[in-house]
Structures are given as structure tokens and as C-alpha cells.
Design a binder for this molecule. Structure first.
Ligand SMILES: Cc1cc2nc3c(=O)[nH]c(=O)nc-3n(C[C@H](O)[C@H](O)[C@H](O)COP(=O)(O)OP(=O)(O)OC[C@H]3O[C@@H](n4cnc5c(N)ncnc54)[C@H](O)[C@@H]3O)c2cc1C
Length: 477
């Protein structure tokens, strides 16, 4: 990077606020996806004003800027594919103000999800989306991805809690959008537009989130089935009862085997498992809801129904479910779990049909695909376990992925329920959003005329997704 640019950035953030050290830049070229590209500089601002000044330098010199939270994204959205500056937000991590009487919290974008909830717990409130990466991911990253997780079926995704936010545009202008009022019908909702924008429209620096009270009681029920289709049927039958569970996680037999092998058998062996969590204010509500789960599950043909209020056992099941992704990498020697078609969304009642189609596609291309996820909101994760140095396996995998996405799009679903588009879903995102593409491109052009914010992603991706892989697979280097 040009020395005069380095000098300008140093004036804004000081010596300790940036790095051009190749080793540090190399590490900021990863997120939790299969992709990598090294940036030229990493900047860690402390204030919105610093972000604005950095953007002015980048804009004047047409330098790409990729905003970055904790780098836990699974589809390459924080990988700086065109190099330039990575704007890492971890120093802007304060919970600025909690106003329980008004039901909002003001928080800086770099605050970690669990840290925010630790603070809100002091007042009996919480921010519910609960992504699997809760210990690390940041509020700004969650907004930029519209992240969610296990509790979305009952409480919603990040977008449903964003009342307003502050962001810095590509040219350095600071914009405060939205309100701190519970209701707001004042025209275009820019804060909503930033939700899911994946760092392509602005750098989010502060967010106002709506608060929700934390239920006093909860319990879980682990239900085992012979087939994953039965498990899918059970979930929609529970909802239709009607009972909206706090969460309902699905695991197929490949996921169960992987977790039991890697983690010392925390789960019963089965064709499929559902872990259903119910919550409420009293024990009576919890007992009533557990009885409904029991009745529905047995009616569908469950082979075991295990309700519990034992916090230790519940934590064991939750940990087991959260460890699916890492456990899958230990399933076969020399193989890794890769996020390709990993986050589709379909209507809840279509989960059995979708899962059956995924299994057929896996057999057709002879690839190992595990299916698990937040099935009570129709969000399925299909992780592929492949040898990442094997060109043929990658190519079969990508063919399988395209067919899996076709199934979801034909069912009226989406290629991504919570992880975002990034690189790995870009071609199929364009297929899904075909009729919106010209509007999406016009919005990008209006907000970022020089195309410096996270360029090359989403609707700008060109060609195959098999490039810039983090694995030393010579054919795709
Ligand atoms: C083990 C594991 C489990 C996961 N489970 C879930 C889950 O259950 N649900 C879920 O939704 N996701 C999950 N994820 C994916 C990921 O953690 C989330 O999408 C999370 O919201 C990303 O946050 P981050 O701070 O790591 O963002 P990053 O990965 O750093 O960035 C993600 C995107 O947001 C942009 N961005 C980040 N900060 C800002 C900012 N301040 N302003 C503008 N743009 C910004 C980046 O440019 C990038 O496009 C999981 C990931 C892992 C590794």
C-alpha cells in the first residue's frame, strides 16, 4: 500500500490502530468460510468519526474497504476479495445505553453478542436471535448478515429488533437512520436496508435494538425418530397444534454419528433427532407444552421422547447440537466439513420434502451431506464432508449444491436463511433474486458510486465459486 495512504490512516487512528504487517494482514484474509484473500491493511477504528475519516481516504483513492466483525461468517462475506483495507470493528465494543422503560439498547457495532446479553440480563431482558457463534460474533456482523439462530421461530431474526442504526457511507458521510420509538412509519426504512447488506452499503458503527423480556422458565425435549422425514413432519405438526417452541433443532443420522464420534456419545443413536425447547413464565405453561410435544411426537412415530428440566442435560444436548459443524470435520480422515449449500430456507411444512431431495442429490453425486438446523423456521444446514484437496470432489460438490439450491428455489424458498450470501451463494442468490437484480444494482450504485465497499460480492460475483479457496488445492489456486 502506498506510503502516503499509510501516513493518512496513521494520522486518524494512531500507530496502534492499523497494521500493514503481512502476517497480520494474512490472518484477516480469512473468515469461517472456505475462502481467503489477503488485504493490504487492517484498520481498527475506535469511533464513528474515525470510520468516517478512513472512508474519506479510501473514497478519494478508490481503495476497497471490507468491514469485518468477528470473522465468523460462513460464506466468505468478510473475505476482502479485492484486497485493500479490512475495517475490523472489535474496538468499538461498548454497550452505550440501556433504556429498559423505553425498551431499547444503544450498542456499538463491535460488541460481542454474548457480552450484550450479559449486560441485558442484569435488567431481565435479552436480545434473542442466538446464533451458534454467540460467543464471538458481533452485533454489526449480525445486522449486516441479518443473522438469527435457534430462537428465530418464536422471537425473530436480527432485523426484527433493529429500531435504528448509525452507518458511514462510502464517501465518509455519517448517517443516523431509524428511531428509538417502538413504532415508526416515516417513509423508507434505511436501517432495514442495511440489514443483510453484508458490508456493501456502509460501515455500521452503532445499533439501537429493541429489548424483549427473558422468560423465567424453560425446558427441553429430545425426540428420536427412525427417519429425518418423520422428524420434519413432527416439527410442522407441533407448530400447527398450535405451539410455537422457543427452538426446535433437527439433526440427521450423519450429524448424530459425527457428534457422538467426536464428543464421546452425548446423544442417543437414531435416524434423526429433534431437540425441542419450550419457554414461558410458569411451570404450568412448561408442563403443558412438554405434554403437547410428547403427544405430537408419539403420534408421528417417535421411537423415544425425553423431556427434561435438568439444566446440565439441556446444556449437553445444546452443546452437542452446536458442535455438529466441527464434529463433521472429524468424520472421515483427511476430510473437512465445508460450507457450500449450507443455509437454505423453505416453509416449515416443506422440510421433509426438501430433506428427501437433498439425500437423493447426495447419492446422485456420491458426496457425504449432513443435514441439520433450525428446522422449526425451515432453515436447514447441509454441510458437505469432502477431501478439500480433491478437485473431483469439489466439482461433484458444487454440482450437488446447485441442484440443492434449485430444489429450494422451486419450493419458493431462499438460498440463505441466516448466514448471508457472501461468495458461496452468490450465483444462486442471483438466480433466486432475478427480478430484483436491477433494483439491487441501482441501490448499490447510489450508495457506493465508486464501488469500494466489499466489492465483488453478492450481485457482483462473476464465474465459479471455486476460486480463492483457503485449501491448497492446486487446481483452484
Ligand atoms: C460455529 C458457527 C456457528 C454459526 N451459527 C450461526 C447461526 O446459528 N446463525 C447465524 O445467523 N449465523 C451463524 N454463523 C455465522 C456467523 O457467525 C453469523 O452470520 C454472524 O452474524 C457473523 O458475525 P461476525 O461479527 O463474525 O461478522 P463477519 O463474519 O466478520 O462479517 C459478516 C458480514 O458482515 C459485514 N460486517 C461485519 N461487521 C460490519 C459492520 N460493522 N458494518 C458493516 N458490515 C459489517 C462483513 O463485511 C461481512 O459481509 C455461525 C458461524 C460459526 C462459525
Amino acid at each position: 500500500m502506498d506510503q502516503s495512504i499509510i501516513d493518512q490512516i496513521e494520522k486518524i487512528v494512531g500507530k496502534e490502530g492499523y497494521s500493514v504487517d503481512p502476517a497480520i494482514c494474512y490472518t484477516y484474509g480469512f473468515d469461517a468460510s472456505i475462502f481467503h484473500n489477503t488485504p493490504d491493511m487492517v484498520v481498527q477504528p475506535r469511533t464513528t468519526e474515525q470510520v468516517s475519516e478512513i472512508m474519506k481516504v479510501a473514497y478519494a483513492n478508490k481503495i476497497p474497504v471490507t468491514p469485518r466483525g468477528a470473522g465468523t461468517g460462513l460464506c466468505g462475506s468478510a473475505v476482502p476479495i479485492k484486497g485493500g483495507i479490512v475495517m475490523a470493528m472489535q474496538r468499538m465494543n461498548k454497550v452505550k445505553k440501556v433504556s429498559v422503560a423505553d425498551l431499547w439498547v444503544d450498542v456499538e457495532a463491535g460488541c460481542v453478542y454474548n457480552d450484550l446479553n450479559d449486560e441485558l440480563a442484569k435488567y431481565g431482558f435479552f436480545f434473542p436471535p442466538s446464533p451458534g457463534s454467540a460467543e464471538a460474533c458481533q452485533i454489526g456482523g449480525m445486522v449486516a448478515n441479518n443473522a438469527s439462530g435457534m430462537r428465530a421461530v418464536k422471537y425473530g431474526a436480527t432485523r426484527d429488533f433493529v429500531m435504528g442504526l448509525t452507518f458511514v457511507k462510502a464517501d465518509g458521510e455519517i448517517v443516523r437512520c431509524g428511531t428509538r420509538t417502538i413504532k415508526d412509519s416515516s417513509g423508507y426504512q434505511l436501517a432495514r436496508l442495511l440489514c443483510g447488506s453484508e458490508g456493501t452499503l456502509g460501515v455500521i458503527t452503532e445499533v439501537t435494538l429493541k429489548l424483549t423480556t427473558k422468560p423465567k422458565k424453560s425446558a427441553s425435549c429430545l425426540v428420536a425418530f427412525n427417519t429425518v422425514e418423520d422428524a420434519g413432519r413432527c416439527i410442522s405438526a407441533i407448530i400447527a397444534k398450535p405451539l410455537i417452541p422457543a427452538s426446535c433443532e433437527l439433526m440427521d443420522s450423519i450429524s448424530i454419528t459425527a457428534v457422538n464420534k467426536a464428543r464421546g456419545n452425548p446423544l442417543p443413536d437414531a435416524g434423526a433427532l429433534c431437540i425441542v425447547e419450550v419457554d414461558g413464565e410458569t411451570d404450568e405453561v412448561i408442563d403443558r407444552d412438554l405434554a403437547i410435544v410428547d403427544e405430537v411426537a408419539r403420534g408421528i412415530g417417535a421411537v423415544a421422547v425425553m423431556p427434561t428440566k435438568d439444566k446440565k442435560l439441556i446444556a449437553q444436548w445444546t452443546d452437542a447440537r452446536k458442535s455438529v459443524m466441527t464434529s463433521l470435520s472429524a468424520l472421515k480422515p483427511g476430510c473437512a466439513c465445508v460450507s457450500l449449500a449450507d443455509d437454505m430456507g423453505v416453509s416449515v411444512s416443506q422440510v421433509p420434502e426438501a430433506v428427501k431431495a437433498f439425500q437423493e442429490i447426495a447419492a446422485k453425486y456420491n458426496v457425504t451431506i449432513a443435514t441439520y438446523g433450525h428446522a422449526s423456521d425451515g432453515n436447514l444446514h447441509t454441510k458437505m464432508v469432502i477431501d478439500p484437496l480433491d478437485k473431483d470432489e469439489w466439482e461433484r460438490g458444487v454440482k450437488a449444491v446447485d441442484e440443492i439450491f434449485d430444489v429450494c428455489i422451486e419450493l419458493g424458498g431462499t438460498v440463505t436463511g441466516e448466514h448471508g450470501v457472501g461468495i458461496s451463494k452468490a450465483p444462486n442468490f442471483m438466480k433466486e433474486r432475478q427480478s430484483e437484480l436491477s433494483s439491487i444494482r441501482a441501490i448499490k450504485k447510489a450508495m457506493d458510486p465508486e464501488n469500494i465497499l466489499n466489492p465483488g460480492k453478492l450481485e457482483q460475483w462473476e464465474g465459479s465459486i471455486l476460486r480463492n479457496l483457503r485449501y491448497p488445492c492446486p487446481d483452484f489456486m
